[in-house]
Design a protein around this ligand. Structure first.
Ligand SMILES: [Fe+2]
Length: 333
C-alpha cells in the first residue's frame, strides 16, 4: 500500500510539473469543459457509493490496520457504551467533565504564557500552535494521555489497541474577512480531512468553547452522506449552496466546556473551522490516534508474529505516523 501511495504521488507530481504547469494556458479550456464535468460525475458517484469524500485506498487502509492489529492481541474491549454508539453514528461525541479542571487550568496558564514567544510557537494565519515540543513543555499532558478511561473508550471504538500519532496545543484568534481573503481559508471551507478511515481526533478544550469562540462547524455522518447525494463536490467548489450545507436543522457547532473532551472523526464528517468573535478565542489540545500496537508490545511478540505485524505495518503506513509518544511508555495494550 505504501509503495502504491508513493507511485501514485510520483505520477501525480510528474503530470502536474511536466504536463499541466508548462501548458496551463492551452489546457485550461480543455480542463474546464471536459475534465471538470467528467471528474465531477466520477467523484459524485464514488462519494455516494463510499459515503465519504475520501478514497477507497484510505478506507481499505483504515480497515486493514484495525484487522491486522486485532489479530495480534488476546483480548479486545467490546462493551456497550452509548458514547461510542454516538461516535459511530454521528462521527463525534462530547465527553462531559472528562478531565480534572485543575490540570486543564494549569496547562492553559503555561500555554497562555508560552504563546507570547514568537520564536517558539508556529503561526498559520490566525492559529498559533506547538507540536513536537508539547510532551517536554507540558508534562501534565501525560496525565491526560494516560487516563485509563480514554484508553478503554478508544480501544472499544477501534476494537483493537491504538497509537497516538500526534499532539498539538493551539489557539485560534479573531481574524477579519479581508485577512482571510489575503491569507486563504483552507480550514474555513467545508471539507473532509485526507487520512485513512481509522484516523481520529481527541480534542481537549483548555477554556470554554462557546459559539463565540470559533467552534468547529460539523455535519454529522448521516447528514454528510445526504450532502454527498445532493451533490457536494469538493473543498474548492461545493456545488451546493452554503444554506444547504449549513442548514440549522442539521449542522452542529462543536461547543464544549473546559474539562470536557470531544472525539471527532474528521475523515467521515464534513466540517470547517469558524472564526472567533472579538475578544474571544479557541484554546485546544488536539490528539490524533490510529489503530496499531505500541513498539514495546511488538517486541514481546513471537518472531513470526513480529514479522507478520511489521509486514502489515509497512503495507498500511501513511504520512501520519506515531512520533511524539514513541518510547514514552503510553501503554495501550
Ligand atoms: Fe479538517
Amino acid at each position: 500500500m505504501r509503495s502504491l501511495f508513493k507511485l501514485l504521488e510520483k505520477i501525480k507530481i510528474f503530470i502536474i510539473t511536466q504536463i499541466i504547469v508548462p501548458n496551463k494556458a492551452i489546457l485550461k479550456p480543455i480542463y474546464n469543459t471536459l475534465y471538470i464535468p467528467i471528474h465531477r460525475f466520477y467523484r459524485r458517484r464514488k462519494q455516494i457509493l463510499l459515503g465519504t469524500g475520501n478514497s477507497l485506498t484510505y478506507i481499505i487502509t483504515g480497515f486493514l490496520r484495525k484487522k491486522t492489529t486485532s489479530i495480534f492481541v488476546k483480548n479486545t474491549i467490546s462493551q456497550n457504551d452509548p458514547r461510542i454508539d454516538t461516535l459511530r453514528k454521528d462521527g463525534f461525541v462530547r465527553l462531559q467533565d472528562f478531565y480534572d479542571p485543575k490540570i486543564i487550568q494549569k496547562i492553559y496558564a503555561r500555554w497562555a504564557e508560552l504563546r507570547k514567544n514568537d520564536e517558539l510557537v508556529n503561526v498559520a494565519g490566525n492559529y498559533k500552535f506547538l507540536t513536537e515540543q508539547v510532551p517536554d513543555l507540558f508534562p501534565e499532558i501525560f496525565d491526560l494521555v494516560k487516563k485509563p478511561e480514554l484508553h478503554e473508550l478508544m480501544h472499544n471504538y477501534y476494537n483493537c489497541p491504538f497509537l497516538f500519532c500526534g499532539i498539538t496545543i493551539g489557539s485560534t484568534f479573531p481574524i477579519s474577512d479581508e485577512e482571510i481573503k489575503k491569507q486563504g481559508s483552507y480550514s474555513m471551507v467545508w471539507h473532509f480531512d485526507v487520512h485513512p478511515s481509522d484516523f481520529i481526533h481527541f480534542l481537549v478544550p483548555l477554556t470554554d468553547v462557546t459559539e463565540k469562540d470559533g467552534p468547529t462547524f460539523c455535519n454529522p455522518k448521516g447528514r454528510t452522506r445526504e450532502l454527498l447525494k445532493k451533490g457536494y463536490y469538493r473543498r474548492e467548489n461545493y456545488s451546493l449552496s452554503i444554506e444547504e450545507i449549513e442548514h440549522h436543522h442539521h449542522m452542529k457547532k462543536i461547543t464544549a466546556s473546559a474539562g470536557d473532551a470531544i472525539i471527532f472523526a474528521p475523515v467521515s464528517c464534513l466540517h470547517r473551522a469558524s472564526v472567533p468573535s472579538e475578544n474571544h478565542g479557541r484554546n485546544m489540545i488536539f490528539m490524533s490516534f490510529r489503530a496499531g500496537l505500541e513498539p514495546h508490545y511488538v517486541q514481546s511478540l513471537s518472531p513470526f508474529q513480529k514479522l507478520g505485524y511489521k509486514i502489515a505495518w509497512s503495507l498500511t503506513e501513511d504520512w501520519v505516523n506515531p512520533s511524539q509518544f514513541v518510547n514514552k511508555n503510553i501503554t495501550t495494550t
